[in-house]
Design a protein around this ligand. Structure first.
Ligand SMILES: C[S@@+](CC[C@H](N)C(=O)[O-])C[C@H]1O[C@@H](n2cnc3c(N)ncnc32)[C@H](O)[C@@H]1O
Length: 192
C-alpha cells in the first residue's frame, strides 16, 4: 500500500507462504497466558498462530494502519471462532491503542525496514517501548539482507546490525539473532 501520510510505500503483501509463524513465535518465546502484539500485522497470519499459543488466559492484539488488512484478520477470526484476538486499525507511529507496560511479547515482522528507510524509527520504537512490559520481549523479523525474491529490494533491506542500531537507543537490549526459515532472521530484544 501507499502510506499517503508518510510517503513511504508499505507493501501489505503477506509472508504467510514463506515464513513459519510457529517458528517465529517459538524463537520469540511466546507462552500460554501471554499478552501478544503483532505490530503491522498485515493479514494476521502470525496473530492467528499466536492465538492458539496464548490460549484462553492470554490475548492477541493485531494492529495495522491498513483497514483492508484488519478486515481480513477479522473475517478469519470470525470464521475460525477465535475469541482471544482483537484486530484494530491504528498507526503505530502515532498511537497503539494499548496501555503502558501491558505486552509480554511484541513481534514486528517485515515492517521495520520501511520505517528505517523513511527515518521514522523514533516514534514507532518509542510507542512499542511504551506498551511492552519491563523485561518484555520485542522480536523484529526481517528479510535477510541478500539479493533476490521474495522480499523487498536489496537497498531497503536491513541487517541484524541495522535492527540493533535502530532499537537499542530506545531502551531495548538485543539478546540474539536467529534464522527463521530460508528468507528471514529474527532479532530478539528485551525492554530495559
Ligand atoms: C510487508 S507488510 C508485513 C505484514 C505482516 N507482518 C507479514 O509479515 O506478513 C507491512 C505491514 O506494515 C503495515 N504498516 C506500515 N506502516 C504502518 C504504520 N505506521 N502503522 C501500522 N501498520 C503499518 C502495512 O500496512 C503492512 O500491512
Amino acid at each position: 500500500m501507499v502510506d499517503k501520510k508518510h510517503g513511504h510505500v508499505h507493501h501489505s503483501r503477506s509472508s504467510r507462504d514463506i515464513l513459519s509463524a510457529d517458528k517465529v513465535l517459538s524463537e520469540a518465546g511466546l507462552k500460554s497466558g501471554d499478552s501478544f502484539l503483532d505490530a503491522g500485522c498485515g493479514d494476521g497470519f502470525i496473530s492467528l498462530a499466536a492465538s492458539s499459543v496464548v490460549g484462553d488466559e492470554g490475548k492477541v492484539y493485531a494492529v495495522d494502519v491498513y483497514p483492508e488488512s484488519i478486515d481480513m484478520v477479522k473475517k478469519e477470526v470470525q470464521e475460525k471462532g477465535i475469541k482471544n484476538l482483537e484486530a484494530t486499525v491504528a498507526d503505530i507511529m502515532d498511537k497503539i491503542p494499548l496501555d503502558n507496560d501491558s505486552i509480554d511479547l511484541c513481534v514486528m515482522a517485515n515492517v521495520l525496514h520501511g520505517f528505517v528507510a523513511n527515518d521514522e524509527v523514533e516514534p514507532v520504537i518509542n510507542e512499542i517501548r511504551r506498551v511492552v512490559k519491563p523485561e518484555g520481549v520485542f522480536a523484529v523479523v526481517e528479510f535477510k539482507k541478500m539479493e533476490g525474491i521474495p522480499g523487498p529490494p536489496f537497498k531497503v533491506r536491513i541487517s541484524p546490525g541495522d535492527v540493533e542500531e535502530a532499537i537499542t537507543s530506545y531502551g531495548f537490549e538485543v539478546m540474539g539473532t536467529v534464522e527463521v526459515g530460508d528468507y528471514h532472521y529474527l532479532v530478539k530484544a528485551v525492554k530495559k
